[in-house]
Ligand binder design. Structure first.
Ligand SMILES: *[C@@H]1O[C@H](CO)[C@@H](O)[C@H](O)[C@H]1NC(C)=O
Ligand SMILES: *[C@@H]1O[C@H](CO)[C@@H](O)[C@H](O)[C@H]1NC(C)=O
Ligand SMILES: *[C@@H]1O[C@H](CO)[C@@H](O)[C@H](O)[C@H]1NC(C)=O
Length: 247
């Protein structure tokens, strides 16, 4: 039997552990995550792309893609059904794993025209909405993922495939942890190979920086996906807050 065939005999959890170990054994790690004061931070497996002189220029650059009329047309027409169906399959799987439920209050971050929100609603998650810099009613409302327009502890579930667009990844993650309810689930689709998108603001080379930034959450699973140029699904669950006993 070929060596590679032995892997087929391993149970799925073991495969995931091996997968995680391979990533976590990579040498460079982020010990000092980027801050808004230090946008050109660059180290290890998470690199912020240089060249954004100010937050305003960064926002303008992102808006250039989001507002592109040709792209918006494609997203809402020829792209729509194909993408909605792929997202619906991802969400269906998450429901099977009890990470998403019909009654979940769900958010899609960086939702553009709302394909993921439509997919969430189609699989039965009716209380779902998206945010993006440009609103697209009724599925997507205006909101910056660096400063989510929601109260603490609002959502049961958050999904995003735009982590690479974050200029301040630490803030992106902190906002998710702030707006998730305790036990709430965050699903990120990321590219671990450096995605050649000129609108990306960072490059991620392993899941390790994510695990370090999601300080208030536990890692649920990592798996390979085929998600429109994004190859890895990383799922976190926000920890319950342990109230200090007042004595
Ligand atoms: C946005 O697009 C406009 C017009 O295409 C261009 O002039 C401008 O430089 C772009 N801004 C950024 C920040 O990319
Ligand atoms: C969830 O919603 C879907 C789609 O509306 C429906 O088919 C399914 O029966 C619902 N599941 C539960 C557990 O209510
Ligand atoms: C919301 O959460 C943030 C971060 O955890 C915390 O600093 C802030 O005090 C909280 N705000 C409220 C109103 O509880």
């Amino acid at each position: 039997m070929k060596i590679s065939n032995y892997f087929l005999l391993l149970p799925l959890p073991l495969t995931l552990i091996i997968f995680f170990l391979v990533f976590s054994l990579q040498p460079n790690t982020v010990t000092n995550p980027p801050t808004p004061e230090n946008p050109t931070y660059s180290s290890g497996d998470l690199k912020i792309r240089p060249g954004y002189g100010s937050y305003e220029l960064y926002i303008q650059h992102q808006l250039n893609k989001t507002l592109n009329p040709k792209l918006r047309k494609i997203w809402t027409t020829s792209d729509w059904e194909r993408k909605v169906q792929v997202f619906a399959k991802f969400f269906q799987l998450l429901k099977q794993r009890q990470l998403l439920h019909n009654h979940s209050k769900a958010l899609s971050i960086g939702a553009r025209v709302g394909q993921e929100v439509e997919a969430l609603r189609r699989v039965g998650v009716s209380d779902s909405v998206g945010i993006d810099l440009v609103p697209c009613p009724p599925l997507v409302i205006k909101g910056d993922f660096h400063n989510q327009p929601f109260d603490n502890d609002t959502f049961d579930f958050e999904f995003s495939n735009v982590f690479d667009h974050a200029l301040y990844p630490q803030k992106f993650v902190a906002e998710i942890e702030r707006t998730l309810k305790p036990d709430g689930v965050c699903v990120l689709h990321v590219a671990l190979s450096g995605r050649p998108d000129k609108y990306s603001a960072n490059d991620l080379f392993s899941v390790k920086p994510l695990v370090e930034m999601f300080k208030g959450s536990k890692l649920v699973h990592i798996r390979k996906v085929d998600g429109f140029g994004l190859d890895t699904e990383v799922v976190f669950q926000k920890k319950k807050i342990i109230k200090p006993s007042s004595s």
